[in-house]
Write a new protein. Structure first.
Length: 243
């Protein structure tokens, strides 16, 4: 049977989001999540995830939100010391790749320290790890820690390829759209999602806010559970093996 990962991004960004992700795992089909190590609720989120051994937990590398884990990374931050956001012109910033490697490595080390284990895999907030000028850093870290990495277009690591479907937002979060776009030929796929309860932090700091509660409802729905169990083996990135 074909394998499917349903990964909830943004674990640890807020209490509401993290609790929603756990609910979508415990009473739904979310099988994996990725933690943002520079966010205010991440320590508590990882402690909570430890109660759910079937929930794979990877790392959601951050470059466009919050503050860095390391100091001395001037190319990554604005005058207030915050990481350059997409709204503030991140696309026009010149990133020092040595500073980036140091920051992302520190985020992985923080994950290991708090979780007591390696992340199941690497992905990133706003898919920045797949940008042409940054992907080399992400690949270097994936090889350093010997873990798979989310990829959307091609096989880039030493692990079997997992095709990621990342186009479900707002009105497209429904079973018909999902079933139509999953690749029926590929043996291993990932669906990226953003379920969560709405709280003050998300409402004020994320442009994708109210939609998270609709995603939570969808990923807990009996109809989706039936579709997934009939067509896929639901797994997390720990099932990905080396080629």
């Amino acid at each position: 049977m074909r394998k499917l990962i349903i990964n909830a991004d943004d674990f640890g960004i807020s209490q509401g989001t993290s609790l929603g992700i756990i609910a979508a795992h415990e009473n739904g089909v979310v099988s994996s999540t990725t933690a943002m190590m520079n966010m205010p609720y991440v320590k508590e989120a990882l402690q909570l995830a430890a109660r759910y051994p079937n929930l794979g937990v990877g790392i959601h590398l951050v470059l466009t939100m919050g503050v860095p884990v390391t100091g001395d990374c001037s190319s990554l931050v604005d005058e207030s010391g915050n990481l350059h956001s997409q709204k503030q012109g991140f696309d026009h910033c010149e990133v020092d790749l040595k500073e980036l490697e140091k920051e992302w490595d520190a985020q992985i080390q923080k994950f290991i320290e708090l979780a007591g284990k390696l992340p199941t895999h690497i992905d990133s907030h706003h898919h920045v790890h797949l940008r042409r000028n940054l992907i080399g850093v992400a690949l270097k870290l994936a090889k350093k820690y010997d873990i798979p990495m989310r990829q959307t277009t091609q096989d880039m690591t030493d692990y079997e390829p997992v095709v990621c479907f990342d186009k479900m937002y707002d009105g497209d979060v429904n079973l018909e759209y999902l079933a139509r776009h999953l690749d029926n030929e590929h043996p291993f796929q990932e669906v990226m999602c953003h379920p969560g309860y709405l709280d003050k932090y998300i409402y004020e700091n994320s442009s994708y806010n109210v939609s998270r509660i609709y995603e939570l409802e969808f990923y807990r729905s009996p109809q989706l559970r039936e579709y997934v169990t009939q067509n896929f083996e639901l797994v997390n990135y720990s099932a990905v093996v080396k080629k």
